[in-house]
Design a protein around this ligand. Structure first.
Ligand code: NAI
Length: 243
């Protein structure tokens, strides 16, 4: 039980990588708050996954909702040990075709949402003198990606924020890291054309897409005591697509 007695918030936990992480964390003894704006799926998961799960219908890009959720998680589970900033969206278009709306929407969720959740959770971790914060970047944020001006900007920003927070919060006993997944088989990627996915597999050293569990295991490692001397790190979990 690598997360016995730990309380984790997992944003975007109702589907894809986030849901795989919720299940993995439960197996390792954690109590988990699923934070997601998909109410139907979130309630379904809460009913299926048992008493150590609580669902909070929250849009991470809404500061007031995030602040209220954090207080409710503390009321329900007593503390917060782990924050997984996993919620994210894509609205792809090439630079000249990208609308202001699509640019702003991705910034609001992928960037502002990570900042809001971390800012709301950090005081609780500072008060208890420990915590693990893990945010989901992407290979797009490290290397850029065709058609992803907005998305790559947010995923690069997550790396900058992670290193800043690692410097600010290390003295408070808090580890802050990021995971940068490669192409992973989730609903986010399933909307990409089959041909593009095959190309991605072809340029991946391990010759396959990631599974949600591959990323969930990296979250688990960074959230566990095994990673207690790791901070400010960006862990690429990408099958060797970029080196
Ligand atoms: P997904 O689309 O399968 O699941 C995302 C979850 O986040 C959904 O349950 C959705 O309802 C929730 N969500 C989205 N916006 C939200 C908001 N404003 N407030 C609350 N919940 C919200 O996506 P996937 O693939 O599981 O992605 C998870 C994270 O991994 C994202 O940050 C994504 O950018 C990142 N990532 C994914 C890759 C992939 O190939 N699937 C590659 C690199 C990074």
């Amino acid at each position: 039980m690598r997360l016995a007695n730990k309380v984790a918030i997992i944003t975007g936990g109702a589907g894809g990588i986030g849901l795989a992480a919720v299940k993995r964390f439960l197996e390792e003894g954690a109590k988990v708050a699923i934070v997601d704006y998909d109410k139907q799926q979130g309630e379904k998961m809460e009913a299926e996954l048992g008493e150590n799960v609580a669902f909070f219908a929250v849009d991470v890009s809404k500061l007031a909702e995030v602040k209220e959720m954090v207080e409710q998680v503390v009321d329900r589970f007593g503390k917060i040990d782990i924050l997984i900033n996993n919620a994210g969206i894509t609205r792809d278009a090439t630079l000249v075709k990208m609308s202001e709306e699509d640019f702003e929407k991705v910034i609001q969720i992928n960037l502002n949402g990570v900042y809001y959740c971390t800012q709301a959770v950090a005081p609780h971790m500072i008060a208890q003198g420990s915590g693990k914060i893990i945010s989901t970047s992407s290979v797009s944020g490290v290397y850029g990606n065709f058609g992803q001006t907005n998305y790559a900007a947010t995923k690069a920003a997550i790396i900058g924020m992670t290193k800043t927070w690692a410097k600010e919060l290390g003295r408070k006993g808090i580890n802050v890291n990021a995971v940068a997944p490669g192409f992973t088989a989730t609903p986010m990627v399933e909307k990409m054309p089959e041909k593009v996915l095959q190309q991605m597999e072809g340029i991946t050293s391990l010759q396959r897409l990631g599974k949600p569990e591959d990323i969930a295991n990296a979250y688990l490692f960074l959230a566990s005591d095994e990673a207690s001397y790791i901070t400010g790190h960006v862990l690429q979990v990408d099958g060797g697509i970029m080196m």
